[in-house]
Design a protein around this ligand. Structure first.
Ligand code: ARG
Length: 459
C-alpha cells in the first residue's frame, strides 16, 4: 500500500511507479531506517503519543525485523513498496497491526531519509577508515621489507635521482594519511541528526531533539529544519574524499603498472592479482591495478553528477535528491574495494632488487652529485651544472656511466676534479647525503617509518 493513498483516486501508472520507486537501491538503508524508527518511537513516547507498552511492542517488532533483514537483506527487493521507509512501515504494520500506523506521527520521510543516510555515512565512514589503515599498514610493511632497496626516482618519467623503495612507499602513506584526515573531517561535520525536522518546518511535537540525536549516536541535532532536510553536503564531502583518495590509488597503481612492465621489470606482481592473456601465453597482466586506475573515473563521475543534481535545487526537499544514493553507494563501495585490492597487490609484490639497482645506476642519476662535488670545490652551481652537462653528453656518446671515466678524462672537463670524486658518485653516497627531514637517506626513511607506525589512531 502506498503511504499517501487518501488524496488519490487513480493508481500510479506502472511505468511511473518503476521510475519513481527507490526501493531497488535504498533497501541498503534498511537497518538505519529501523534504528531511526526505534529512536523516533522513543521520542513519541516521551511526549505522550505512544504509551510505554506501545513503544515496547514497536521496538520488539522493529528489532525482530532487523534480524530478518540481517539474515536476508535481498528479501526486501521482492516487495513492491515504494521505498525503504514504506517497506519498514508496512512490515511493522504486518507484525503489530494498527499500532504500526502510529509510528509516522510527527515524522516525514524527508527528515527520515536524511537521518538514515547520515547514519549510513557514519557506518561506512568507519569501514572506509579501517580499509585505509589496512592499506597504510601494507605500505609500511613493504617499506620495511624494501627499506634498503635502491630505486630510480623519476621526474618527467626520466630517471632523475636514486631513492629507496621504502621512500616511495612512504610517499603514499602520507597521501593516505591525508585521506584519513579528510574522511575524519567529513564524518565529524555530518555528525548531526536531522530527525525532528519534519517535512521542512520542524515537527509539531515538543520532542527533545538533543536526547533524540544522542539516542541515535549523533553528537548533536541539526539546527535548522529547512537545511536539515535538504542538506546533502555529507554525500558530496564523502564523494570528494573518495575522489581524492581514488586519485592517490590511481597514481600508485600507475607507478606499479610501470614498475611491472617488461621495460622496467622492477617488480613482479603475485599471480593472485594478475591475469593471463587468452592468446599470448607469455603475458601476466596487472588487471587489479588497471581496474583501480579505471574505477577512479566512475567515482569522479558520481561526485560530478551529485553536484549537478543539487546545484539549483530550491529549498527544501525535492525528489531530485533521491538521486543521491546510487552514486554515493557506488562511490563508497568502489573506494573500499580498491583500497582492499591495492593492499592485496602490495602484500604479494616482489621487488627485483638487482634490476632496480641497475636502473638506478644507469641514466646518469648521479649527475647532480658531480655538480654538487664541483660546488664544494668553489665552482658556482650554474657553471658546475654546465660542466656536468658536457660530461653527460660525452658519457652518452661513449655509452657509459659517469664513474667509468678515468680521472684524467674528468679533469679535462674541470681541473677541480680529483681522485675522491668517485666516492661521491656511488648510489650510496647519493642516498646518504639526503638526510634532510623528508629525504630519501636511509636514516631519514627509517625515522619516517617509525612515525608512520605510530601515526595510526582511531577515526
Ligand atoms: N525515496 C525518497 C528519497 O530517497 C524518500 C523521501 C521521500 N520524500 C518525499 N517527500 N517524497 O529521497
Amino acid at each position: 500500500m502506498a503511504l499517501w493513498g487518501g488524496r488519490f483516486s487513480q493508481a500510479a501508472d506502472s511505468r511511473f511507479k518503476l521510475f519513481n520507486d527507490s526501493l531497488k537501491f535504498d533497501y541498503q538503508l534498511a537497518e538505519q531506517d529501523i534504528m531511526g524508527s526505534i529512536a523516533w518511537a522513543g521520542a513519541l513516547n516521551s511526549v505522550g503519543v505512544l504509551s510505554d507498552e506501545e513503544v515496547k511492542a514497536l521496538e520488539t517488532a522493529l528489532l525482530e525485523l532487523r534480524s530478518e533483514v540481517q539474515a536476508n537483506p535481498e528479501q526486501i527487493l521482492e516487495s513492491d513498496a515504494e521505498d525503504i521507509h514504506s517497506w519498514v512501515e508496512g512490515k511493522l504494520i504486518d507484525k503489530v497491526g494498527d499500532l504500526g500506523k502510529k509510528l509516522h506521527t510527527g515524522r516525514s520521510r524527508n527528515d527520515q531519509v536524511a537521518t538514515d543516510l547520515k547514519l549510513w555515512c557514519k557506518d561506512y565512514g568507519d569501514m572506509v577508515y579501517e580499509a585505509l589503515v589496512r592499506l597504510q599498514q601494507a605500505l609500511v610493511d613493504l617499506a620495511n621489507r624494501e627499506s634498503e632497496t635502491v630505486l630510480p626516482g623519476y621526474t618527467h618519467l626520466q630517471r632523475a635521482q636514486p631513492i629507496t623503495f621504502g621512500h616511495w612507499c612512504l610517499a603514499y602513506v602520507e597521501m593516505f594519511h591525508r585521506d584519513i584526515d579528510r574522511l575524519k573531517g567529513a564524518t565529524k561535520r555530518l555528525d548531526t541528526c536531522p530527525l525532528g525536522s519534519g517535512a521542512l518546518a520542524g515537527t509539531a511535537y515538543p520532542i527533545d531533539r538533543d536526547a533524540l540525536a544522542q539516542s541515535l549516536g549523533f553528537s548533536r541535532p541539526t539546527f535548522n529544519s529547512l537545511d536539515a532536510v535538504s542538506d546533502r553536503d555529507h554525500v558530496m564531502e564523502l564523494m570528494s574524499a573518495a575522489s581524492i583518495s581514488m586519485l592517490h590509488l590511481s597514481r600508485m597503481a600507475e607507478d606499479l603498472i610501470f614498475y611491472n612492465s617488461g621495460e622496467a621489470n622492477f617488480i613482479e606482481l603475485s599471480d593472485q592479482v594478475t591475469s593471463g592473456s587468452s592468446l599470448m601465453p607469455q603475458k601476466k597482466n596487472p588487471d587489479a591495478l588497471e581496474l583501480i586506475r579505471g574505477k577512479t573515473g566512475r567515482v569522479y563521475g558520481s561526485l560530478a553528477g551529485m553536484m549537478m543534481t543539487v546545484k539549483a535545487l530550491p529549498l527544501a526537499y525535492n525528489k531530485d535528491m533521491q538521486e543521491d544514493k546510487e552514486g554515493l553507494f557506488d562511490a563508497i563501495d568502489t573506494w573500499m574495494m580498491c583500497l582492499d585490492m591495492a593492499a592485496l597487490c602490495l602484500e604479494g609484490l616482489k621487488v627485483n632488487r638487482d634490476r632496480t639497482m641497475e636502473a638506478a645506476q644507469q641514466g646518469y642519476a648521479n649527475a647532480t652529485e658531480l655538480a654538487d662535488y664541483l660546488v664544494a670545490r668553489g665552482v658556482p652551481f650554474r657553471e658546475a651544472h654546465h660542466i656536468v652537462g658536457e660530461v653527460v653528453v660525452a658519457a652518452i656518446a661513449k655509452k657509459q656511466p659517469l664513474e667509468d671515466f678515468a680521472l684524467s678524462e674528468l679533469q679535462g672537463f674541470s681541473d677541480k676534479i680529483e681522485e675522491d670524486v668517485y666516492q661521491h658518485l656511488t648510489i650510496d653516497a647519493c642516498l646518504a647525503k639526503r638526510e634532510v627531514l623528508g629525504g630519501t637517506a636511509r636514516v631519514s626513511v627509517s625515522e619516517a617509518l617509525g612515525k608512520a607506525q605510530q601515526a595510526k589512531g582511531p577515526v
